[in-house]
Design a protein around this ligand. Structure first.
Ligand SMILES: [Zn+2]
Ligand SMILES: [Zn+2]
Length: 348
């Protein structure tokens, strides 16, 4: 094993990131050392790179950031029981304490003492990374690395859709980013009968269509789309899944939700905003569900079934691939406001 490795790091409390050579991490008793095979860029990583309010309050440089990855196990700590050297792993990125109320009652993804890979502890934008045994998901060796590394964000969409009970229902997916596109694919696979997709970028709306959206709505260009959807659905869709998370998205979502419909919230607004609870929830008899992370590990078994059966093909969501050594170039692509992108994947 080499002594040093290349890592993409947040070294300073400022916008940007840097490539650095640092010592390999050592696995603790309950951790495994992964040789990273592929990784992908998430919205969270963009917040960290852009050093926005959230990042300033949460991130403590120096930090190896990044959390979406797959890799091969090179070494296991002495207390590790279920994982062995050579296993092909994707990391679940929510690290639970295993002792709190949530951890002990089947909700460890919402642990009270949760830490997140690449946010609170060193992550995976590196040649090697350590991951706790509890966060290891074993892949079939035949799974391509670029698919294996995006299972974590795919899992967000799987969890969102499965909690929303979309079978035989008319649904709306708000947002045309990767999780919106994944959600369209899952909703299609598990039996939604009509999928409206609201977004802002033609390139991304097209990917969502490929994934399974029936009707694309460009909210920047189209007018009266709320009325049109309400009209077509006789009073609103049964389920809204908000994968965008901003004031307009939430407002659109509740406007097109039928009375007694379900609103599932995954997107995270950049700042608090005013919201009419009485009109949107109380008088509507709406049901609201919050989604954070992936159900450990129900979601992972479901996503494996969806991929293995071929019911969902997530390849259209990968818009760019780069070698890891071009990390900074890949990141510029991911955050570009002129070149559209969906999932940007890096391979080693
Ligand atoms: Zn992520
Ligand atoms: Zn816990």
């Amino acid at each position: 094993m080499p002594e040093k490795m290349l890592a993409a790091m947040k070294l300073r409390k400022a916008v940007g990131a840097e490539m650095a050579e640092i010592p390999l991490p050592r696995p603790k008793a309950d951790e495994v050392l992964l040789k990273i095979k592929a990784c992908s860029i998430c919205g969270t990583d963009k917040h960290i790179y852009n050093w926005d309010n959230w990042a300033q309050n949460r991130i403590k440089p120096p930090l190896v950031f990044g959390h979406e990855c797959c890799g091969e196990v090179m070494e296991v700590g002495p207390a590790v029981k279920s994982i062995k050297v050579g296993d092909y792993i994707t990391a679940e990125t929510h690290i639970p304490c295993l002792h709190c109320f949530q951890c002990r009652t089947g909700n460890m993804h919402l642990c009270q003492n949760l830490s997140i890979l690449g946010v609170d502890v060193d992550g995976i934008f590196a040649e090697y990374a350590v991951v706790p045994e509890v966060c290891c998901w074993k892949n079939d060796t035949a799974l391509p690395v670029e698919i294996a590394c995006i299972q974590e964000p795919f899992g967000n969409a799987v969890y969102t859709v499965m909690e929303s009970n979309v079978g035989a229902k008319k649904v709306a997916v708000i947002g045309d980013g990767p999780t919106g596109a994944f959600a369209c694919g899952v909703a299609r696979a598990v039996g939604a009968v009509k999928i409206y997709n609201l977004g802002m970028i033609p390139f991304n709306l097209e990917i969502c269509r490929k994934m399974g959206a029936d009707v694309s709505v460009n909210v920047v260009e189209e007018k009266n789309y709320r009325e049109k959807i309400l009209d077509e659905t006789n009073g609103g869709v049964d389920v809204v899944m908000d994968m965008a998370g901003n004031k307009n998205a939430v407002s659109d979502g509740f406007a097109i939700l039928r009375r007694t419909g379900t609103f599932t919230a995954f997107g995270i607004a950049p700042a608090p905003f005013e919201f009419d609870m009485a009109q949107n929830i109380v008088f509507k008899g709406a049901r609201v569900i919050g989604i954070n992370g992936r159900k450990m590990f129900d979601t992972w078994y479901q996503l494996r079934n969806l991929l293995d059966s071929g019911k969902v093909d997530i390849r259209p969501v990968i818009s760019h691939k780069f070698p890891f050594t071009d990390f900074l170039k890949a990141f510029e692509t991911a955050i570009s406001t002129t070149t559209p992108s969906a999932k940007v994947v890096l391979t080693m």
